[in-house]
Design a protein around this ligand. Structure first.
Ligand code: ZN
Length: 179
């Protein structure tokens, strides 16, 4: 395995290159890399930096789903464990959105602890991005819809890290108070 600082830095660099030019949904079309930095940073904070592979996987968590990066490539560069984590949090994009959402709810309880933590951090970041001042009706509906679904997914992911569970609950509370 690469030394921790290399693992995290090289994962961040690959993610930045692969997601180059992409924007995220919500809050002012931020560059996609902001989402990845937020997820990786949340994972680093709640584990107090104890798990470099988890943080690296946080940087890389959308590369297979959104950029055509392969599991084999991640395994070669970052090792089998990180490749497995990213595969675990990758949706099958050939399926319709509603089917993918239902699958996430059903499959969450069967994921590894690391994959569950990435999923919760991902939902925290995606909810935060949807909290905007003076939301339009469309933005409110989108936030209500997203939070309702995220709570169902996260229900199957809890228990691996109390601080992250708490952060999710705080984020949901903030979202509801913003409506
Ligand atoms: Zn994500």
């Amino acid at each position: 395995m690469l030394p921790a600082i290399r693992l995290v830095s090289e994962a961040a660099a690959l993610a930045a290159r692969r997601h180059n030019g992409m924007a995220r949904k919500g809050r002012g079309n931020e560059p996609y890399i902001n989402h990845l930095a937020e997820v990786a940073s949340l994972l680093a904070q709640v584990t107090d930096g104890a798990d470099a592979e988890l943080v690296a996987a946080g940087w890389l968590h959308d590369t297979i789903e959104d950029t055509g990066t392969t599991r084999a490539e991640l395994a070669e560069k970052f090792g089998e464990h990180i490749a497995d984590l990213v595969v675990e949090v990758t949706d099958d994009m050939t399926l319709p959105k509603l089917v993918r959402r239902q699958r996430q709810i059903e499959e969450a309880p069967h994921k590894s602890v690391g994959a569950k933590l990435i999923k919760i951090a991902d939902k925290v970041s995606n909810i935060r991005a949807r909290i905007v001042p003076n939301p339009s009706k469309e933005e409110r509906d989108d936030l209500i819809d997203y939070v309702g679904w995220a709570e169902k997914v996260v229900a199957g992911c809890r228990g691996g890290n109390a601080l992250l569970d708490q952060t999710f609950d705080d984020t949901v509370r903030l979202a509801r108070s913003a409506l």
